[in-house]
Design a binder for this molecule. Structure first.
Ligand code: UDP
Length: 326
């Protein structure tokens, strides 16, 4: 029931799917479930458990008569993955193996895996397409790539598997109700939650990591994708997999490249507030720019992003205002 899972659960439920969440709550809380429930048209089930607990997971899959799995149970802080690599490999890689074993035991073979654009590493060319070489530069990215490779091997060994690896770009924004959004534990690393904390007064100002990149305004550029567009991508992949066995990879991004200052100014417009910032040194490991070529998802899945940068900022602002009241 993390950030992407909660939005995807709501969309699935409201599209007529029966949804059951399995989560160890290491990066979320049950309060989110109540809020998900408020904006879902049907009851969403929940089991508290770790994906590495293969037996518990198998039982949950069997008891709930699950037909397909969306696997989002990954630790996701890039910086932290370098400090705690074993924790990351244990949860993200070992956990995925445990999930596959549980699915095999329960006789389920449809899986949507939450992967990441970090599998590409330093750009050889831009935009990244799905054929771009994969050379991740941190443990988090290597976790994602290793799981993709495991899934590819699995689909070769057993042709019944239907797998989609979705390589996310930068998910941002919140549900239009303002009831769910990104709520990271501790000090956030990603740009949008940091902006949120500045507007909320929890941080004094935004530190912009470098304005001397070879980009028009000198700040880093990314492909920001609204989390509800991302959720739609999961739905599209899930229904397409119904008649397409094998292991397939798709970029989920907007194809637009937005600078830190662009995002900041759009957020200022949405919130009507000035956001104080100072430029500091570059963050080690940051790329100047990366963005998606998202044509494959459009051609094959019939999916593309619908939301604009203003939708992203307006929904985030609503979520931030609401969470300030809590
Ligand atoms: N960024 C920044 N200050 C922050 C957090 C991020 O200037 O406090 C910049 C970062 O250098 C990058 C962009 O915002 O150019 C997006 O960073 P984020 O961590 O959200 O995504 P990632 O770099 O992992 O794609």
């Amino acid at each position: 029931m993390g950030y992407i899972g909660s939005h995807t659960a709501v969309l699935l439920a409201n599209s007529g799917h029966r949804v059951h969440i399995y989560d160890n709550l290491c990066n979320s809380n049950v309060g989110t479930l109540e809020r998900i429930q408020k904006i879902s048209s049907q009851k969403i089930g929940f089991t508290e458990g770790d994906i590495r607990d293969t037996e518990k997971l198998t039982n949950a899959l069997r008891d709930e008569k699950i037909e397909a799995v969306i696997h989002l149970a990954g630790l996701k802080a890039v910086g932290e993955s370098s400090q705690k690599p074993i924790e990351y490999y244990a949860n993200n890689v070992q956990g995925s193996i445990s999930l596959i074993q549980a699915m095999q035991a329960a006789g389920i073979n449809t899986l949507v895996f939450s992967s990441s654009a970090t599998v590409y590493g330093d750009p050889v060319y831009l935009p990244y397409d799905e054929d771009h070489p994969t050379k991740p530069t941190n443990p988090y990215g290597r976790n994602k790539l290793q799981v993709e490779e495991i899934l590819r091997d699995l689909s070769v060994s057993d042709k019944a598997w239907k797998i989609a690896c979705l390589r996310y770009f930068n998910p941002v924004g919140a549900h239009e109700s303002g009831l769910i959004g990104e709520d990271p534990n501790g000090i956030p690393n990603n740009l949008m939650p940091v902006i949120g904390q500045v507007v909320n007064g929890k941080l004094l100002s935004l530190s912009i990591f470098g304005d001397d990149y070879d980009t028009p305004d000198g700040t880093g550029k990314r492909d920001y994708i609204h989390v509800m567009d991302l959720a739609e991508g999961h739905l599209a992949a899930l229904s397409w997999l119904g008649s397409n066995p094998g292991c397939h990879t798709f970029n989920l991004g907007s194809g637009d490249s937005i600078s830190v200052l662009d995002l900041l100014h759009h957020f200022e417009q949405a919130s009507g507030q000035k956001i104080p910032y100072q430029v500091v040194g570059r963050r080690p490991g940051d790329l100047p720019e990366y963005y998606a070529k998202a044509d494959k998802a459009e051609k094959v899945l019939g999916w593309k992003t619908q939301k604009k940068l203003s939708d992203i900022c307006n929904s985030s602002w609503l979520w931030i205002k609401n969470s300030r009241q809590n």
